[in-house]
Design a protein around this ligand. Sequence first.
Ligand code: GLN
Length: 192
Amino acid sequence: MQTAGVIAVQGDVAEHAAAIRRAAADHSESCEVETIRTAGTVPECDLLLVPGGESTTISRLLEREGIGEEIVEFVADGKPMLATCAGLIVASRDAKDDRVRTLDVLDVSVDRNAFGRQKDSFEAALDVEGLDAPFPAVFIRAPTIDEVGSGVDVLATVEGRPVAVRQDNVFATSFHPELTEDSRVHELAFFG
Ligand code: GLN
């Protein structure tokens, strides 16, 4: 039995928990899911998910509650983490916005809301390296990645811009993989 933690200061916590359980079941594993709002739980988890929301708010709460430093240690221990949308922004090295205290566990810099107003939200059938059929990716005021460190693999792009990346045990998407029934991204990040 593995323990998955979902950071629950904001975002689609229940949807991510369901996707993790489906992904585990597809691998004949069972997984209990802990929702995390305070320090102390992250170190007990085997897998960790940082959902979307508003990166300014999430990063402030992670810092205030002392969860941010636990996430940094979690990643340094080599355990798998999936960060989505605002989670990706928080995980990054640089969000070019002083209000976001990035954790610097993923060697990328991001542009918040990079797709602009006209493309605020959209869905795309996305080719993701490691998946054998396109993924129904939902983008909501999504960031893009504009600089990628040498240890980071780009797994998917939109208009030439990276939207899914992996650096060792850290997997990140600028879209919301929890919003469809398709749990292959959770599977790839945690059990792939
Ligand atoms: N635009 C948000 C931010 O900058 C992210 C949006 C999301 O997580 N869907 O934090």
